[in-house]
Design a protein around this ligand. Structure first.
Ligand code: PLP
Length: 364
């Protein structure tokens, strides 16, 4: 089979074992077997997020949960902190849902700062903060612990975090940090095929959502409805059962590897990727805030990036061009999920050979 290796920041590489675990005959989603599976997966996700609070399973991609967060939780006004394409999407969603919001931007490549958030919240205008943990378009990891510490000093403000490309690759201490909502799709560091997402939600956020008019929440993404079913090991609708099998399999793998080793593996892959590319291309993310799951390179030497990406594809390795406004200006390597340092070396070797060839052709 002609299978190309995915080094893009989602969907990322999926192991054959995982694919096989997902390919099981379906069961009734009201059966005891399903409930057992659901509750087992929930308990596993709680461990990954260091939380004892509620885990929700959603048969949707994470963008559905971005929308769910603001529709369920904004009563007064949302403060959307943006630093790239995905955090900007959250502001757009809030607007499109007709909910009051203000957007606080930093330039792409920079991280959101706790002081920026402190200043916004001191106005007293907001009851929800949205922020991205790991901005996939720029390769920036926001300082989550510091941001959460600021939001925690405003007891009426809920902190909602998009950790789509970070969760299960970067540590996330949901309870300790006092986060109210965090979610991710499963095709990133969870290393499953796309089509499913998971959320942790605080008791405080669930209580807020109870007060939200149902017309604002809708049906499919009513978080209280999801939580009530979830408490019984069910979902309100028919879930993607293959994804639960996949999560079960991945959670077992993570437990065997240990989370500590998994996070360390991500740090090592990221460091190696940065060391490799810093002189060749330059790093797009500001120093000290580089992501450990995806690296975004700038293009200091004016290399023909689309050519390079195309040649890598021909060798069976998929890397990613720039996203949104960065199309053509950057390229990205995703090093998350089940990738290994050895696999990464293989990719970097291929890219080096391509760069040498391109340089040779150029100087002829
Ligand atoms: C991929 C990604 C999304 C969108 O996820 P979907 O699964 O496509 O809905 C949102 N935020 C971040 C940070 C992402 O990396």
């Amino acid at each position: 089979m002609n299978r190309k290796k995915l080094f893009i920041p989602g969907p990322t590489h999926v192991l054959d074992d995982t694919l096989q675990a997902m390919a099981q005959y379906p069961m009734g989603h009201r059966s005891q077997a399903y409930k057992d599976l659901h509750l087992k997966v929930v308990a596993g996700i709680q461990k990954v997020l260091f939380t004892e609070q509620t885990i929700l399973l959603s048969t949707s991609s994470a963008t559905g949960l971005m929308e769910a967060a603001v529709r369920n939780l904004v009563h007064k006004r949302a403060a959307n902190f943006t630093c790239g394409a995905f955090s900007e999407r959250w502001a757009e969603i809030t607007d499109l849902c007709g909910l009051p919001q203000d957007t606080f931007q930093v330039d792409w490549g920079l991280a959101n700062r706790p002081e920026q958030i402190q200043a916004a919240l001191e106005t007293g205008r907001y009851d929800v903060v949205t922020v991205v943990h790991n901005e996939t378009s720029t390769g920036v990891a926001n300082p989550m612990a510091e941001i959460a510490a600021v939001v925690s000093t405003f007891p009426d403000v809920l902190l909602c975090v998009d950790a789509v490309s970070g969760m299960a690759g970067l540590p996330f201490y949901f309870d300790e940090w006092g986060v109210d909502v965090v979610f991710a799709s499963v095709q990133k560091a969870w290393a499953l095929p796309p089509g499913f997402s998971v959320m942790a939600i605080s008791d405080k956020a669930l209580a807020r959502a109870e007060q939200t008019p149902t017309a604002q929440k809708g049906f499919y993404f009513d978080l209280n409805r999801l939580a009530k079913s979830g408490a019984k090991g069910q979902t309100p609708i028919t879930p993607s059962i293959p994804h639960l099998y996949g999560l079960e399999s991945q959670l077992e793998r993570m437990a065997a590897e240990t989370l500590e080793t998994r996070f360390q593996r991500h740090r090592e892959m990221a460091q190696r990727t940065r060391d490799w590319g810093v002189d060749r291309f330059g790093l797009f993310a500001e120093r000290g805030y580089e992501s450990d799951t995806v690296t975004c390179f700038s293009n200091r030497q004016g290399i023909d990036l689309s050519k390079m990406i195309q040649l890598a594809d021909r060798e069976g390795f998929i890397v990613s061009g720039g996203y949104g406004d960065l199309k053509g200006k950057t390229f990205r390597i995703g090093h998350m999920g089940e990738h290994t340092l050895a696999g990464l070396e293989e990719l970097l070797g291929v890219l080096d050979a391509i760069l040498a060839k391109m340089k040779g052709a150029h100087s002829k």
